[in-house]
Design a binder for this molecule. Structure first.
Ligand code: ADP
Ligand code: MG
Length: 346
């Protein structure tokens, strides 16, 4: 089809261009990725075939968006799907080693949870590397909060946060660190939370400061405020480094999502990256003085944002804390709805 050949053309261009990225950030896809599943590939190589989707079976329609790792297309493969075509620069040594990619797919394939996007398969023949998932309906929390300026009542926020905690708790129980939990990677489908992009590729292998920016640190907009102090302190210009992502850094990121839900904005709003890096690195937190919320709600935030990673709660703990919140509020104000209304969804 004409649409298909157009896509092929685009992909070819991707191969010769350097890896494109969101904002000023640059990402190198080199390195071995996370090591959660070190048994890959030997023991899994046979079962991997089940998840291999021949590229020719995919129909690609319009581009939904471009992120740090690749371009997302609306597509069709036995129904509506999202296809994330990875930016691969085959001409440089920043290209994705196939084993790294397969490792990430092996991680993805282990996930089955109501609040996680459905992984359907992957194209694993370079240079066509793509991940195929179900197409999320509805909008991301980012769109709700920052673009549409939808207000989330405390009760609504609690319900959303509970579902995020459930999905994240499941991921962590399976030994998967998300590494990129943010409101852009959380969809709301008729009140149901769907988390995307977990454990995806070498966010750990960021390539800072390219030719154009000299020795500056390339930071994609809206990324910094999700980074825990230990990650911020590990940021370096001119280095493709292994950032210390962990379950605890996911919890820190969850804290930021919780803040966005409650306040409708990012922490450290309007401050330049240098100021944020300095404060977070020193353990200075966004002030909650002007926030309209109960002590319990603010406590969750402060715990998630703990400077020391060992002091941050885990997701099962967060879930049980959150489960105690709405009942309390309901006792005080019975007029608040318990369930998410559909008005916030498309
Ligand atoms: P980011 O998460 O930083 O926005 P991505 O590359 O992950 O960048 O996504 C690019 C665009 O594609 C975003 O607008 C995102 O909402 C959309 N998108 C990603 N995955 C899906 C999906 N499974 N279903 C629908 N839209 C998606
Ligand atoms: Mg994403």
């Amino acid at each position: 089809s004409p649409a298909r050949s157009l896509i092929h053309q685009d992909t070819k261009e991707d191969l010769t261009a350097s890896i494109k990225s969101e904002g000023s950030g640059r990402v190198s896809l080199s390195g071995s990725g996370s090591t959660d599943d070190s048994r890959w590939p030997r023991q899994n190589s046979l079962s991997m075939k089940e998840w291999d989707i021949p590229y020719d079976e995919l129909k690609l329609f319009e581009v939904i968006g471009t992120g740090r790792f690749g371009t997302v297309y609306r597509g069709s493969w036995h129904g509506a799907v999202a296809v994330k075509l990875l930016h691969v620069n085959a001409l440089s040594d920043h290209s994705v080693p196939l084993d790294t990619f397969k490792h990430e797919v092996a991680t993805f394939r282990k996930t089955r949870h109501e609040n996680l996007v459905l992984f359907m398969g992957a194209c694993m023949k370079p240079p066509r590397l793509a991940i195929v998932t179900s197409l999320c309906k509805g909008m991301t929390l980012f769109t709700h909060i920052h673009l549409r300026k939808d207000k989330f009542t405390n009760n609504k926020s609690v319900i959303v946060a509970q579902q995020i905690s459930q999905g994240m708790g499941y991921l962590h129980a399976r030994g998967i660190v998300h590494k990129d939990l943010k409101t852009k990677n959380i969809f709301l489908e008729n009140g149901k939370v769907v988390i995307t992009d977990f454990g995806l590729f070498s966010v750990t292998k960021l390539c800072f400061g390219n030719n154009a920016r000299g020795d500056s640190l390339g930071i994609p907009p809206g990324w910094l405020c999700y980074l825990a102090p230990e990650v911020v302190r590990a940021l370096r210009p001119h280095a493709s480094l292994h950032l210390p992502f962990s379950k605890a850094t996911d919890v820190y990121a969850f804290g930021t999502v919780w803040y966005e839900l409650l306040c409708g904005e990012y922490p450290f709003k309007g401050q330049p990256p240098e100021a944020i890096i300095w404060q977070v690195g020193k353990g200075v937190k966004q002030s909650l003085a002007n926030m309209q919320a109960s002590r319990d709600i603010k406590d969750i935030l402060m715990l998630c944002w703990s400077y020391r990673s060992s002091e941050r709660p885990d997701f099962p703990h967060l879930l049980s804390t959150l489960e105690k919140l709405p009942r309390k509020r309901l006792a005080r104000s019975p007029s608040h709805p318990v369930h998410l209304s559909r008005s916030a969804d498309s």
